[in-house]
Design a protein. Structure first.
Length: 215
């Protein structure tokens, strides 16, 4: 009953989709998605969400990358506009790329290299999956992270970030008619890349799932 909404945009791409030797690419792109577009300059994405009383974050897995916001229902349009913008207009400059690659590299050292439990988990996955892509750590290996180029990230973004490779989930005190209109307003003009279609409610091929208080 609280007048809030949770927005989650799931992209159907993760570490298993990375080119061999480019481990950590999906995770690095997740970081760079917060570093600006033609409209949203620099790292102001989170600042805008916070200015509207919300919070935002993201995470990467083997099979998916997810971006999410939690905010007052009256600010749903703000979050949708921001997500639609960075789905198609991400800009990656050299400074932002180098900064975020260093951050991802340090995260790897902190969370895995300095954590025996995490290291054991990677060894276990490698033993179980062997040469399968699921054997690769989501974080990438240290030498792989350092080998990633800005061009690698841009190519990955251009390949996988589009409506037909995403699922939008909205949950909360939502007026469904208004939500549909807003989703159409901001995602309708974004071109698909893989031409996948289905019979669910969609904007082009962006699947939209809405959970609201009437359910």
């Amino acid at each position: 009953k609280a007048p809030v909404v949770k927005l989650m945009l799931w992209y159907k791409v993760g570490s298993v989709d990375e080119p061999l030797g480019k481990g950590g690419l999906a995770h690095l792109l997740e970081h760079l998605m917060f570093r600006g577009t033609k409209k949203v300059k620099g790292s102001s994405f989170n600042d805008i969400i916070e200015a509207h009383g919300g919070d935002s974050n993201a995470f990467t897995s083997h099979d998916f990358t997810v971006y999410h916001e939690f905010l007052d229902i009256s600010r749903l349009e703000v979050a949708l506009a921001l997500e639609a913008d960075r789905m198609q207009n991400l800009q990656i400059n050299d400074e932002a790329f180098e900064t975020e690659r260093k951050i991802v590299f340090q995260e790897r050292k902190q969370r895995v290299s300095n954590n025996p439990f995490a290291g054991f988990g990677e060894i276990l996955n490698k033993t179980l999956w062997q040469n399968n892509p699921y054997a690769r750590p989501v974080t990438g290996l240290e030498d792989e992270i350092l080998s990633i180029t800005k061009e690698d990230v841009i190519s990955f973004y251009d390949t996988y970030y589009s409506p037909d490779n995403a699922v939008l989930i909205l949950s909360g005190d939502i007026d469904v008619v208004t939500a549909r209109k807003l989703v159409n307003k901001y995602f309708q003009s974004i071109p698909n890349k893989n031409n996948n279609t289905d019979n669910n409610f969609s904007v082009k091929s962006l699947k939209v799932i809405i959970y609201y208080k009437g359910l």
